[in-house]
Unconditional design. Structure first.
Length: 249
């Protein structure tokens, strides 16, 4: 239970004066325990079934023909659609308006398998993505999810990727200006995902979109390279719900 309580946020490695990445070693211990059959199934069972649901033939889908040779292949990730399907359909529609040759691929990047220590399952998920990417002519993959960005960088480094927020700015997709009045009404703060710790470009793209909409941005105490976990990483809420609740609060 202790080693499975790590949220894999990377903050310990960021602040350690000896550059020790405890999260990395705990993740490797997950693999070791899984390989010898000692990882309690209940810690990760739900998330692995959720991942399989996202990869199932009824849900794992792509729009447009390989013959279209799209410039962009939009990969929203599994959790954006799980939160609100209209986030996916709406963002895809915006991309198609500005970049007609854009296809969409629905699936999972394999993060749940990595956090569960299941390397074979992670390879199966990334192999599926790689096969579609090659079939479609190796387009640039536009990723909505920060965790997907991190996963692609580590497990699919041959694929050129771009953050959805960065692509919005490049294509001229901007939010409408705020209609709120007064200096206090337009104040906002952006919660940086811990998975963007190494991606200042994406963090800045998010701030640029909000600033263009007229918001006065203020930084939270922990942001950027000091970003903290929201409690989703590592699937720790099944392992240690009390600690997950503490992180969320």
């Amino acid at each position: 239970r202790l080693i499975s309580t790590c949220s894999q946020c990377g903050l310990c490695a960021e602040v350690c004066p000896q550059d020790i990445d405890v999260g990395y070693h705990l993740r490797k211990s997950h693999q070791f325990m899984r390989n010898k059959g000692s990882m309690p199934w209940v810690f990760h069972d739900f998330w692995l079934r959720d991942m399989q649901h996202a990869r199932d033939g009824r849900h794992y889908a792509f729009h447009a023909s390989p013959a279209d040779r799209p410039r962009y292949l939009y990969f929203p990730g599994c959790q954006l659609a799980a939160s609100e399907p209209r986030y996916v359909s709406g963002s895809y529609a915006l991309l198609r308006e500005k970049a007609e040759h854009t296809a969409i691929l629905l699936g999972c990047c394999g993060a749940p398998a990595v956090w569960a220590g299941d390397a074979p399952l992670e390879r199966a998920a990334t192999d599926e993505i790689r096969a579609v990417w090659q079939e479609y002519g190796q387009p640039i993959m536009a990723l909505a999810c920060p965790t997907c960005l991190k996963m692609f960088g580590e497990y699919l480094p041959e694929i050129e990727t771009v953050s959805l927020l960065t692509l919005y700015a490049e294509l001229g997709i901007f939010p409408p200006a705020t209609e709120r009045e007064g200096p206090e009404a337009a104040r906002a703060a952006i919660f940086d995902p811990c998975s963007l710790r190494e991606r200042p470009d994406v963090r800045q793209a998010a701030r640029g979109l909000f600033a263009r909409a007229g918001y006065q941005l203020e930084e939270l105490p922990y942001h950027g390279r000091q970003a903290q976990c929201c409690s989703f990483g590592g699937q720790i809420d099944d392992t240690n719900p009390v600690y997950a609740k503490f992180l969320a609060e």
